[in-house]
Design a protein around this ligand. Structure first.
Ligand SMILES: NC(=O)c1ccc[n+]([C@@H]2O[C@H](COP(=O)([O-])OP(=O)(O)OC[C@H]3O[C@@H](n4cnc5c(N)ncnc54)[C@H](OP(=O)(O)O)[C@@H]3O)[C@@H](O)[C@H]2O)c1
Length: 498
């Protein structure tokens, strides 16, 4: 018969702070008195489901346990014993945390089932219940109060601030889950951690974030392509949505509980909460869910300024849009078609081609190798009047060939690598113009942001484009989200859920 052990307690710290420790499958040697050493086998990451940790116990015993599930949304992890010196068979345990109503305390539920030799049931239940779980509760309390004391004494702790708000993070301010950049490089540089918010500035609001938009610029920043914007140790992310939980003393026209979204030129959105300037904020109409807002705001406002300002779309205009099934591309193609543009799109797969046709492209070029100029000229013999180029280096030569005389090449991004500087004389050959726009410049004032956001929600409401398809990742899995985006596998928008 299976034995069942259940213990619970309340820890006097916010759930994010407790979870930061408990979600780490390779950290018990720092806080649990029974464990003297912990290692993850086979070079896997401690957050990877299926990884096995090997504990050396202080009494000389050992345990190998496998991670079966890690749910950052519900603060739950499940694991089983693979091998142990104690005769615990088919042992499966679950740790679940819940915020207590005042949100400064955490309810911690720890339960397991296991089989064991006849006659040893009582003794083994006592070992698991008392020496592992109850002792663990006390050890974690001690560990957290030690870390707090250290944090208070730390000078220049780079974990202190999530946003660019003034003031040092103080222990009176809430802790949030965040994902920070360990150093420039690949997606493994994105590491979950707990941070403390700074004191709220007078013109700032505090957002409890429920959805964070992932954009290609996050990848450039992670790679270190714009070092002045994101230093190692800082938190990436340019947009999010959620609920207002506090207002600065000079903020008017908003109230706690309002549903909002923001986009801003300073990274820091990969977090469960953030202080942001009031001017970055838009309130959400009832028809726009927070997840949808995070999927849509930056990408939709980009489509808006491209169509209405930079590209000055008009009926019959010939546009070439790269990555036509992507986040920006899918909105731009639909909205542009609705406004009368004739759009040729490029994509890298037949599946994306099917989507791009649905989004209104009258012709779709499937190319993984940035070869499109000849096919474009076949369809638009005079070339494209506007090229929206998020590809960069690898597509530069073909873009110029595809461009019509007097055409406008809009260099939106550089997914394939940075563009070499263009000689002005190159443009002279086609009397062409070249732009290198940035969305944040088009929402630099509160009025501009409100106007564009309103136009976006109205266009969504009017069916000018469909609600974007959303791929969801837990916040702590930001690295997986980046891998997905840079592998060219995604279409539509990607959102992180704190
Ligand atoms: N300047 C601005 O204001 C602004 C604002 C927002 C976005 N952007 C830019 O707009 C572009 C689209 O952004 P997004 O966030 O919506 O991303 P996205 O289009 O959803 O994803 C990028 C797409 O680029 C294509 N791509 C081509 N070569 C690639 C490569 N070597 N690595 C990865 N992807 C490659 C892929 O589509 P295929 O597989 O179909 O080729 C991929 O799906 C990006 O260049 C971004 O920087 C600029």
């Amino acid at each position: 018969m299976l034995q069942r052990v259940v213990r619970s307690t309340v820890i006097e710290r916010p759930v994010e702070e407790v979870w930061e420790v408990l979600r780490d499958f390779n950290r018990h040697d720092q806080w649990h008195g029974l464990v003297s050493r912990s290692t993850i086998e086979s070079g896997l990451r401690a957050s990877q489901v299926g990884c096995v940790r090997a504990f050396t116990l202080r009494d000389g015993g050992f345990v190998r346990e496998q991670l079966l599930g890690l749910d950052d949304r519900n603060f739950r992890s499940t694991y089983c014993i693979v091998e142990a010196t104690l005769p615990l068979e088919r042992y499966v345990a679950t740790v679940t945390l819940k915020p207590v109503t005042d949100r400064r305390h955490t309810f911690w539920h720890w339960s397991s089932t296991f089989g064991c030799p006849r006659g040893e049931e009582l003794a083994l239940c006592k070992v698991v219940g008392d020496e592992v779980y109850e002792a663990g509760f006390a050890d974690l309390r001690r560990y957290l109060s030690r870390s707090r004391a250290l944090a208070r004494g730390a000078v220049g702790d780079r974990g202190a601030a999530v946003s660019g708000a003034q003031g040092e993070g103080s222990s009176a301010e809430p802790a949030v889950q965040a994902v920070a950049l360990e150093g420039y490089g690949d997606a493994r540089q994105l590491q979950p951690q707990t941070r403390r918010l700074q004191r709220l500035g007078p013109r700032e609001v505090r957002v409890r974030q429920t959805a964070v938009g992932v954009n290609f610029i996050d990848i450039y920043l992670r790679r270190g392509w714009i070092p002045e914007l994101l230093a190692p140790g800082a938190v990436p992310g340019m947009e999010a949505a959620g609920e207002l939980v506090a207002l600065g003393s000079e903020v008017t026209g908003l109230q706690e509980g309002d549903r909002v979204a923001y986009m801003g030129p300073v990274p820091g959105a990969y977090a469960s909460g953030r202080n942001v300037p009031r001017d970055w904020l838009v309130q959400l109409p009832p028809s726009v869910e927070e997840e949808m807002a995070a999927a849509l705001l930056l990408k939709g406002i980009t489509a808006d300024y491209l169509l209405h300002d930079l590209g000055r779309v008009r009926p019959g205009a010939r546009w070439l849009v790269h990555a036509a099934a992507g986040g920006v591309g899918s909105i731009l193609c639909q909205w542009g078609t609705r406004l009368g543009a004739r759009i040729v799109g490029t994509v890298s797969s037949q599946e994306k081609a099917r989507l791009a046709r649905n989004w209104g492209c009258e012709h779709v070029i499937v190319t993984g190798e940035y070869r499109f100029a000849e096919s474009l000229r076949y369809h638009f013999p005079e070339g494209a009047e506007v090229i929206v180029d998020g590809l960069g280096a690898a597509a530069a030569g073909e873009n110029f060939q595809a461009l019509a005389d007097c055409g406008h090449w809009i260099s939106l991004g550089q997914a394939s690598g940075g563009l070499e500087p263009l000689a002005p004389d190159l443009l002279v050959r086609k009397s062409a113009s070249f732009s290198r726009p940035v969305a944040f410049a088009y929402v630099a004032t509160r009025q501009a942001l409100q106007m564009r956001a309103q136009r976006l929600w109205s266009a969504l409401e009017a069916g000018s484009f469909q609600r974007p398809s959303i791929e969801r990742f837990a916040l702590a899995q930001a690295a997986e989200a980046h891998l997905r985006l840079e592998s060219r596998a995604s279409s539509g928008s990607i959102v992180l859920l704190p």
